[in-house]
Design a protein around this ligand. Sequence first.
Ligand code: C2O
Ligand code: CU
Length: 517
Amino acid sequence: MTPDGLPNHYTRREVLAAGAGAAGALALGGYGLSRFWPDSGEARPDFVLRAQPETIELGGRKASTWTFGHGVPGPELRLKQGERVRIRVENALPEETTIHWHGINLENAMDGVPGVTQAPIPPGGSFLYDFVPPDAGTYFFHPHVGTQLDRGLYGALIVEPRLETLAYDREATLILDDWLDGIAGTPAQALARLRSGGMQMGGMSGMKGMGGMGGMDMSGTPTPGSYLTASGQESAWGSLPGLANLLQQGQLDAGDIRYPLYLINGRPPEDHASVQVRRGERLRLRVINAASDTLFSLAVDDHSLTVVASDGHEVVPTRTDALVIGMGERFDVLLDASRPGAHRIVASALGKGGRAVAILRYLGASRSRAPAANAPTARRARVVSYADLRTVEPAVRSAGAREVDLPLGMDMHKPYRWTLGGQAFPKAAEIAIARGEVVRFVLENSTMMPHPMHLHGHVFRPVGVGPHAPAKDTITVSPMQTTAVEFVADNPGGWMFHCHNAYHAEAGMMRVVQVAA
Ligand code: C2O
Ligand code: CU
């Protein structure tokens, strides 16, 4: 822990100790240690994560939730690129779970998807994840069962490169989240309400555009507002600043759930997390959107940001004032610390009227105060779009891809049923792909809600933004827009492709992509 309580620097030993301590305490409650530490001579894991119920404190409120035993978020796990890691996940929850290593292109059996890559871990059981992360960068981990992602079961997963090419003096991780668990019921109850059509934003709202605008591509339509393009122009629908403007103006559906709290590193604005920096330093921020139903825009008062990686993968450094970040997406940015004082890091819950706030504090400026959490932010902010980001890797060919149409929609005849390619998981066919095939997924969003679409086990690149399109694993598809992504299916196995809105995925917006061995 840092003096501010930021759980940014767990060492392997601390995490192990934490896991062992929790296991010891729980052994009294009926979970025998021998169950988790068999005398089989099995190699000792590098990390132990024990999923368990815990009561946490959020700005003075008590919330009973599920965590890895030391509050929210879970520990930050730091791996080394190309080096094998063994992570034992112990399940002290009252229901089945698994852990998915979001964005890591690992071997299929370690991907953590119940019924597809492994049997779920039963209550009292455990599973040893054992893999080699091939790429460096910023990732995260979370369960892949039900709506467990919307509890406190997530943490940052940082893969340190063999050779660091970025120059910076210190780093901090910022995990964004929308929170209701233990304060406004549970995620499972929220889903049940959506299914019974009883929630204010649920039911058919996602389809309100179907009558007039269904299928219409509104790309290019100007969307005046406080978010500008990266070059400072008025933005258009189809770009990330355009999406942010329409969400903020209430012209689109921002999500299905109203949350009482938004968090950065598990802390609400009234009990904020802090990041410390020294004047003249260059700070690397790893920003992860671990929310279940909320897109954020993130900016730091009085500082501009330089994007250096998107979903873990390096991009040509690109200036921006703010990031628009969908659920499951990550951005790494550099910040030059040149304005001593205390400044807010504000993550606005787009279209939901709330925000998460942390403080950037310069060492030696302990008396400066940042503006109030809810005070206005800069009137205008430039925002990078996917088309502004350029990979640092060599250009990729784009000819000869097989197109697979996977429209994003809703089944109007069922109470809360989201679809992908017209089918709702689990009653959905597998998408069969030959090994090595180049595939293009065409994602036509005919709903009024943005959907961050995530593919397991591979990286894809957005199509139509040039040969230097950035490598990503999650991409936000704006309402009434069509986004295509392309990838080389080079990792055999059954891989999920789904919306990273936890409620949409659980309500059907998910498919299995089967890459032949
Ligand atoms: Cu973080 Cu299947 O996803
Ligand atoms: Cu969705």
